[in-house]
Design a protein around this ligand. Sequence first.
Ligand code: HPA
Length: 268
Amino acid sequence: MDDVTRSIAAIRAAAPDFRPQTGMVLGSGLGAFADTVQPVASISYADLPGFPRPGVGGHAGRLLLGQVGPVPVAIMQGRSHYYEHGRPDGMRIALQTLQEIGCETLLLTNAAGSLRAEMPPGSIMLITDHINFTGVSPLFGESGDRRFVDMVDAYDPGLRAALQRAAASAGITLQDGIYMWFCGPNFETPAEIRAAKFLGADAVGMSTVPEVILARYLGMRVAALSIITNAGAGLDAAPLSHQQTMAAAGQAADGVRALLETYFAGQR
Ligand code: HPA
């Protein structure tokens, strides 16, 4: 049995009749969204073969199954980052498992640095497109024609419109913009931030892009939200640190929660 089959079996054993429609990945500082879920089961990644072994503070390492309003969801509390091991496909098994248990949609969240003065820490940004100039793809080593994934509208226009509608009705300002993936774990240099801005990025971060590529490869619809936790390196005087990221994301978490609750309430 492969890891996906064994992970599906573990999920079926924990929640026999549960069929999630939407998968989610909660980024740094957003763990509190789990409180909005009416839980059905919670499974440690340690019991899900091939799921990541999160090593980053603020990532719980559990798969939470439950309802958000009318929608059955499978929520990954913690993700694999490229910088933890140098493998870009660390989310491959987990995302394929979610897709095979029924998740047609994937909602990703992350913490990011802003490149725009009018998008200060605390802002929420809906990702409209990304720039991956890392030279790395989670599809390295795949064979077959499916690996040549079309990335136009990778961030699903219908989901983006639904999230914008939810933000408007919840009274939350939802900016939108382009996310540029940096490998990390070091933050960017000021010169890299100036280059990212010049290339057309609005925010920078260390996750999400490999997941989007994998999810599109798997045929899922994708949407992604960035919580702006800081200005990009050199754009203001504040020093960058993981503690600062966690604290700022925690402060914006209420807005994200309200936005997502309103979004899910509007489904079906
Ligand atoms: N750069 C990269 N990743 C990040 C940042 C940043 O400034 N803030 C939060 N995650």
